[in-house]
Design a protein around this ligand. Structure first.
Ligand SMILES: Cc1cc2nc3c(=O)[nH]c(=O)nc-3n(C[C@H](O)[C@H](O)[C@H](O)COP(=O)(O)OP(=O)(O)OC[C@H]3O[C@@H](n4cnc5c(N)ncnc54)[C@H](O)[C@@H]3O)c2cc1C
Length: 396
């Protein structure tokens, strides 16, 4: 079976490493991504504040495995001919396609694309270049978005650059979905770091040097846009059922509801019929979903029935600079009302979790299954009867 995996983030690399355990006589696994290096997206706020990213070539993450790696931008997919075309014209044939193209910052607000910096590789690199000069003249950085990413970015920038004036603008309260204890700790930490938190403002648009809100405008020297993520665009020719956020609708087994030969993992996937606790976007779910897609493909190859993805996030970790943080555990029903860990211990746990995302990939490379289901029983209702593969239809 020829399996092509598009996107080498947490989901795609995990899927490739797990699939590559199978004998090359049974499956031929190719991972494709535009980046030759693994982008640790969960550390982009640290990199934006000036911490140098570790070089992690994807080829070395895959070293010793049977997966091939191709660097290239995916331009088009032909589901009838079962081919992927890269922007330089190269073409790859597949029997099963795994989409793991991830997400990107939502820059759809008027003026955001032109005047704000996103927390992506390009935005982080631009901030690194500008922050020393901005700090020297006590410039103002406005972070828009009071979710986890906005809070982490504001804290990180304020801690690394104490002379910078950092303002966090949020539509409701900072990290509104968290328990009261977690929220109070975040607000206290932001205050300690000198971040001005402006709550209950709606941004109307961005101009070159100011954020225009429903309550007036806030001037900035640099604006970091952290209002959330939308799915990465699908390559031309791939017309699959999608949600309003652009995510591909999948069944309980993580295959596209429009094309059973296409599996989807990570931020790009969303259940067409969600389980009791919706699977959040995040590296916490991307790795397990990549592993699960690989396991279902291995089951198909072995003509065994596929298994529904069973996952619920056990908790959420927020860094507040390098020596403070919050861990919010969830209750069995998914509510953000479980135990809260704060301060240095939380910062240490968060750092261990960030390190573990890379350690998990190494474990996969050595043939050890890195992810177990975090919570049994959180399975999406089936849309169809479980399918057993007919290997004869799959090619070699
Ligand atoms: C600052 C920040 C902090 C975060 N903190 C956390 C956290 O604490 N916990 C958490 O769970 N999540 C966190 N996240 C979210 C997390 O990073 C994402 O949910 C995760 O990266 C999704 O993994 P993925 O494998 O689905 O996609 P990605 O990691 O986005 O990887 C997708 C890959 O596909 C490639 N690609 C896309 N389109 C194409 C194309 N057309 N051709 C070729 N290649 C393509 C991309 O270049 C990329 O390599 C954070 C994100 C940010 C930005």
């Amino acid at each position: 079976m020829k399996i092509v995996i598009l996107g080498a983030g947490y989901a795609g690399v995990t899927a490739a490493l797990r699939l590559a355990r199978i004998s090359s006589r049974k499956a031929d696994v190719t991972l494709v991504s535009r980046d030759a290096r693994f982008v640790e997206r969960i550390r982009l706020h640290e990199h934006a504040a000036g911490r140098r990213p570790k070089a992690r070539p994807i080829a070395s993450l895959l070293r010793g495995s049977r997966a091939s790696f191709v660097v290239g931008d995916v331009a088009a997919v032909d589901t009838a001919a079962r081919t992927v075309t890269l922007d330089d014209g190269r073409s790859l044939a597949w029997d099963r396609l795994v989409l793991a193209l991830g997400s990107r910052p939502d820059m759809t607000a008027p003026g955001a694309e032109e005047h704000a910096l996103a927390l992506d590789g390009r935005g982080a690199a631009e901030l690194v270049g500008r922050l020393p000069e901005l700090a020297r003249r006590r410039g103002r950085v406005v972070v828009v978005g009071g979710g986890l990413t906005g809070v982490e970015a504001a804290a990180e920038l304020a801690e690394a650059w104490p002379d910078l004036r950092v303002t966090l603008l949020t539509r409701s309260a900072a990290s509104a979905g968290f328990s009261r204890a977690a929220r109070e700790h975040m607000v206290r930490s932001l205050e300690r770091l000198g971040v001005e938190v402006v709550t209950n403002v709606s941004v109307r648009e961005l101009e070159r040097d100011r954020v225009v809100t429903t309550d007036g405008s806030v001037a900035f020297d640099a604006c970091v846009w952290a209002v959330g993520f939308v799915a990465s665009p699908l390559p031309a020719g791939l017309s699959l059922a999608q949600s309003a956020r652009g995510q591909v609708l999948v069944d309980a087994f993580l295959s596209s509801v429009s094309d059973p030969n296409v599996y989807v993992a990570g931020d790009l996937a969303v259940h067409a019929r969600p389980p009791a606790i919706a699977v959040p976007m995040g590296c916490k779910s991307a790795g397990p979903s990549g592993a699960h897609v690989a396991d279902n493909l291995l089951r198909e190859i072995a003509s065994r029935p596929r298994v529904a993805f069973d996952y619920a996030a056990p908790g959420y970790c927020v860094s507040l600079g390098r020596s403070d943080g919050v861990i919010q555990l969830t209750r069995a029903d998914g509510a953000f009302e479980g135990a809260v860990v704060r301060g240095r211990v939380a910062a240490w746990i968060k750092e261990m979790i960030c390190k573990s995302t890379i350690a998990m990939l190494r474990l996969e490379r050595y043939g050890l299954s890195s992810y177990a289901a975090f919570r049994a029983g959180n399975v999406a209702p089936a849309l169809e009867a479980p399918r057993a593969a007919s290997p004869g239809a799959l090619g070699s």
